[in-house]
Design a protein around this ligand. Sequence first.
Ligand SMILES: *[C@@H]1O[C@H](CO)[C@@H](O)[C@H](O)[C@H]1NC(C)=O
Ligand SMILES: *[C@@H]1O[C@H](CO)[C@@H](O)[C@H](O)[C@H]1NC(C)=O
Ligand SMILES: *[C@@H]1O[C@H](CO)[C@@H](O)[C@H](O)[C@H]1NC(C)=O
Length: 527
Amino acid sequence: MGLRLWEKYLLLGALAILGIMGVSFVVMNDYEPKAINGESESAKLSRDIVARKAFIDHEIGFNSSLYGNADISKRDHVKDMMKFAWDGYKKYAWGANELRPISKMGHSASIFGSGKTGASIIDAIDTLYIMGLKNEYNDAKRFIETELNMKSIRGDLSVFETNIRFVGGLLSIHALTGEIVFLQKAQEIADLLLPAFDTPTGIPLALVNVKTGKANNWAWASGGCSILSEFGSLELEFNYLSNLTHNSTYSNKIAKIRETISQIPKPDGLYSNYLNPRTGKWCSKHVSIGALGDSFYEYLLKQYLISGKKDLDAKKLYDDAIEAIENHLLYKSAKNNLWYFAELKGARVEHKMDHLACFISGLFALQSSNEPTQERKDHFLELAIKIADTCHESYARTETQIGPESFRFTQDAEAISLRETEKYYILRPEVVEGWFYLWRVTKDEKYRDWCWNFVQAMDKYCKVEAGYSGIRNVYRINGDYDDVQQSFLLAETFKYLYLIFSDDAVLPFDQWVFNTEAHPLPVAKNV
Ligand SMILES: *[C@@H]1O[C@H](CO)[C@@H](O)[C@H](O)[C@H]1NC(C)=O
Ligand SMILES: *[C@@H]1O[C@H](CO)[C@@H](O)[C@H](O)[C@H]1NC(C)=O
Ligand SMILES: *[C@@H]1O[C@H](CO)[C@@H](O)[C@H](O)[C@H]1NC(C)=O
């Protein structure tokens, strides 16, 4: 089915403005959704409308306000970085999970079994589209249409990673373009994950073997328990998938998890990072907003926002969890009054913050602009700003001006790594992500300046012959690379950098919610 007449005019109008302004944005001229076999006409129809609505709203965002406060030359520099990283992957590692940019060959992360899954392609495609890299987008689309086949992979798929990168990435590009093939693939891949949910509590296991359908937990995770950030980061994708397919299989899985975590007693209001999926009891006590905890908190807030603020239960769970975290884990350093979130291991406080945990400044910024009272707005904005400052300090105190994997606070040291094993940087996005949200919310130029410094540092210390590489020690300028171009560089780091130098009308927060891999999904509307 084609566009209705008024929609055509609307679209034409928007495109004309686009054309006049010379905006390089992919225009979907073959926008004709293809049907999934056997699907009812009405299901197809309403799904098309949801998808197209997101698409049209997005295009309309690109009018004269587009250049309002964009910094075009910096934005385009980031686009060039993306193209350079993509070209290296395409030339030397096409179809592999990731690129080894120094050895110039493919790299296979163990989280997606073994096989040609093209993780970098699926993770990158929405970024390519948003940046208007049309040829690159078309190459990625062709791979997904003709080669992507997760059913054929050997070994175990990580339910969490597969969901946030593959299902999330495919749903996002579906939402942006309305192309049905992406939805079809997202559903196909989500179906492979379903055996993980067959537990007495509905809390899923971490790994699924695609060939056998057998699910398992990581052996290292507190004696085979499920991980909070993993089972807590499925909701945005699974609900949206049910919404688009009119099949409640996926949202039912999520409802069961919600029920379990709502009912479980939480000592001091805190969630541990490990839960036993058979008994529904906590395993060893480790509380953190960094690794193993992080995106559980993120998805509670974002589920509330993506529902059009209808899912009040999610907001309540979020508010309670954050209150407990603030009460028990928020500290201020002695010398420089740097605010940070520590971790709790049993009864012991570990004064360490992960690079991963820096995402929370972005989350608080987003929360602050959605709180009803001025008092709460101010409170969470202050937290966001203070944490972003601390994360910036972790960057500013290194030789490379790039921050480490984890940093610590002691009598003498503040925001510095003290262990050799945590001085590396693997192209992670969370610090930049925080600055991006804060830029949108505060318009304080310092966030753009920090991002631009980081861009220059990346070009100096991470750029190699065929792409960008992680480095082993941010405190040394010695060219010690890890030789991996992580797929999240393309999905997240470059996307946030591109967006901070773009106008706010590009993917506005009141219409899009970014999943934890930076794949934007549309906010539910009262259609
Ligand atoms: C352009 O964008 C602004 C701000 O989003 C909006 O108010 C206005 O209606 C848009 N104009 C057109 C022609 O779409
Ligand atoms: C999609 O989600 C919205 C908001 O969560 C809900 O109101 C709507 O009924 C859903 N539609 C379908 C078809 O599931
Ligand atoms: C919903 O999806 C599940 C998983 O793919 C499938 O088994 C089931 O038949 C579907 N239900 C309907 C009504 O299409």
